[in-house]
Design a protein around this ligand. Sequence first.
Ligand code: AMP
Ligand code: ZN
Length: 430
Amino acid sequence: MFWDKKIETISRSGLERLQLKRLKSTLAGINKNVPFYKDKLKKLKIKPDKIRNLEEIRNLPFTTREDLRANYPYGLLAVSLDHVVRLHTSSGTTGKPKAILFSRKDIEQAADLIARCLVMTGMKKNEVFQNMMSYGMFTGGLVMHYGAEKVGLLVIPAGPGNTDRQISLMQDFKSNAIHITPSFALYLADVLEKKGVDPRKDLFLKRAYMGAEPYTEATRNKIEAIYGIDVYNSYGLSEMNGPGVAFECPEKNGMHIWEDNFLVELVDPKTNGPVPEGKEGELVLTTLCREAMPIIRYRTGDLTSIIPGKCRCGRTHRRVSRMTGRTDDMFIVRGVNIFPQQIERVLMAIQGVGRNYQITLDSLDDMTVKVEIRKELFDGKVDHLVNLQNTITEKLRDEIMVRPRVELLEPGALPPSEGKAKRVLDNRTL
Ligand code: AMP
Ligand code: ZN
C-alpha cells in the first residue's frame, strides 16, 4: 500500500532532478539567511546557482553536532520567528542540547513522511496506534503522533512507562500497532508474562514500529516471536525531523530512506571520502525540504550501508541496512574496537538468555557483561548455569576477541528501560 505512490515510485532520474532542484533552493536559502552557512560557502567560493549536479555536494562543508550546539538556540534558523511553530531537541547526554526548529510546513512535511511509513507497512484508517515514545522534546512522541493522525488512525498518546496502564489501554482499545523502543518492548514482555497476559492471545497487536536506538536482527526476531507480530525498523534523528527518515517496508530487508526529502551520502568516518554501495560508512544527510532549519551534510554518526538493487515493493528510494552502531558508540577493551551490537547479536542468539543485558567497562582491560537469563534456569541446580555462563563467555570471546566477565542475573534484575536503553556503563570515565 502506498501513501503517495507517485513520489514513492518515482523514477531514479526524476528523483535526481527533483533532488538537484531542491538542493539548489536549499543552498540559496541558507546562503541568504543563515550567516553560519553563508560564511562557509563564501570561504569555499561556492555559488549555489552554479551547482550543476548532485556530485558537487561533496564540495560543500559538513555540519556536525558541535556546529548545532555552537549555534544553539537560534543560530541556524533560516526564517523569522513568526514562521516557527515548534521546538524539539535531540537527546544528548552531555553539554547543550541540539535545538531543532520547525515551521508549520516542516511539521506537515514530517507528518507526511510518517504517513508514508505507516501506510507502507499496511496501516489503515480504522486501526489503533499506541505511541509509547516520550512526548516531550523528543521527536518520537509528537512527530510520530502527527503522522499517525494524518493517516487517520486512532492515536493513543500513551508515552513511555506506566506499564500497567499501557497494558489496559492495549486491551481496552484493542491497539493494533505500537511505537516502542526495543528495550521497552522487552521489558513490557516481562511484565506481561508476570501478569499472566499472553501477548499472542490476549492482545490485538499486529505490528510494532521499533527504533530510537540500535538493536539487532536477533532482537527483532525475539520480539516478533514473543508478541506474534511484525516488527518494522524505524530510523530517524531529531536533527532530520525525528522518526520517518528511513523505514522498513513489508519486505523487511533494509529501510527505505526518503530521498526526495534527504540527500543521502555514505562517507568513510576517517577519510571523509565516499563509500561505495554495499559497504559500511557513516550516514551523512542533507535536508531538501526543510524551511525553518535546513541542514547540509549532517554527520549523523550512524553506521550503515546502502543495500544494492531494487526492492520488490516497487519503491525506488534506496534502502539502508540496519544501523550497526554509532561512530561514537564504539569502545576499546584491550586495544580491541568493540560495538555493543556485536555483544547483543551474540547474546540474543543463545537459548536461555533473557531480555536485558548491560555492559560495564571496569578498566582498559576488563569488561563485564551482565545478562538476565530465563527464570526456569534458576531451579537450584548449578550445572546448567555454569554451562550457560561458559557458552556465553566463549561465544562472546569468538566475536569480540576479548574474554569478558559474564554475570548471569534473574529476570528483572537490571534496571528496566522506558526510553532509550543505556547498554554500556563506562566506569572508566566517571
Ligand atoms: P534522537 O535525535 O534523540 O532521536 O536520536 C537519534 C539517534 O538514535 C540516531 O542518530 C541513531 O543513533 C539512533 N537511532 C534512531 N533510530 C534507530 C534505529 N532504528 N536503529 C539504530 N539506531 C537508531
Ligand atoms: Zn521496499
